[in-house]
Ligand binder design. Sequence first.
Ligand SMILES: C[S@@+](CC[C@H](N)C(=O)[O-])C[C@H]1O[C@@H](n2cnc3c(N)ncnc32)[C@H](O)[C@@H]1O
Length: 248
Amino acid sequence: MYPKSKVGYWKERSLSSEYQEAYDNIIKNIPESGSTLLDVGCGTGEILKRVWKELDYGLLIGCDATYEMLKGAMEKLKSENIPARIERKWDLKLLNSKEVVLLLEDVSDMQIPKQIADTALFTFPEIFSNSKKWAGEGKIKNEIRKRGYEFNDIKKIIKKLMIHRNIADKIKNNGRFISVEYDVQYRNSFLESRVIYNKISFAEMISLRLENAQFFESAKVWSDTEGKLEDFIEEKPGYRIFSMSRVE
Ligand SMILES: C[S@@+](CC[C@H](N)C(=O)[O-])C[C@H]1O[C@@H](n2cnc3c(N)ncnc32)[C@H](O)[C@@H]1O
């Protein structure tokens, strides 16, 4: 899914001191233990590596739609002596193992079963998807209208909600969802899609309740993905760590 050039670019970027600091902050927000952790769009496997080394989980599942990314993640984990393998298919037997399983999965249609993860991660997403309709899209649109929310870019909002719902589906009740987004401290309407976490009631619509959202200032963990810094001169760029609970 990602072109080769982008894979290399992202690998290098994730190793920069600024991203490494961001991963330190992310790890601090992940519950310390559990039986299963799911990392959607796991990329280079940097967070899986850290979770394995620093926290206490059984099975770690890394999903990504780019095979090259999974291969890179595999190399990284192996070089750290972490038991890891790439699997083509989900198998229930995996649930009892203590290892890292990497799966080629598209977030729009994940084969892993519902409610298996104690914790799910979705960090620095840059998600590619065909502009196909998402299952349940109409219902979500109606919910948004019913609540009277107005958005300039409703397609973007729907996509975001559907992705979050798909991931939320994989989390056990009362489990945790950590999502990390590029953001600015003082928002303007251009970044309206970010407001989704505050404005829309996740609990009612997609079974998530926002518990905490912490902003970290960083011009580097932001700039080349989100636009020109000059456009945000009055605002502090960076990223925000959202901590949510799955609620029935
Ligand atoms: C910007 S990288 C972030 C990687 C990692 N989460 C991190 O924080 O280092 C985004 C990742 O999402 C993956 N991705 C893009 N579209 C996807 C999709 N539709 N389903 C699953 N993964 C996807 C890309 O291949 C890439 O590895």
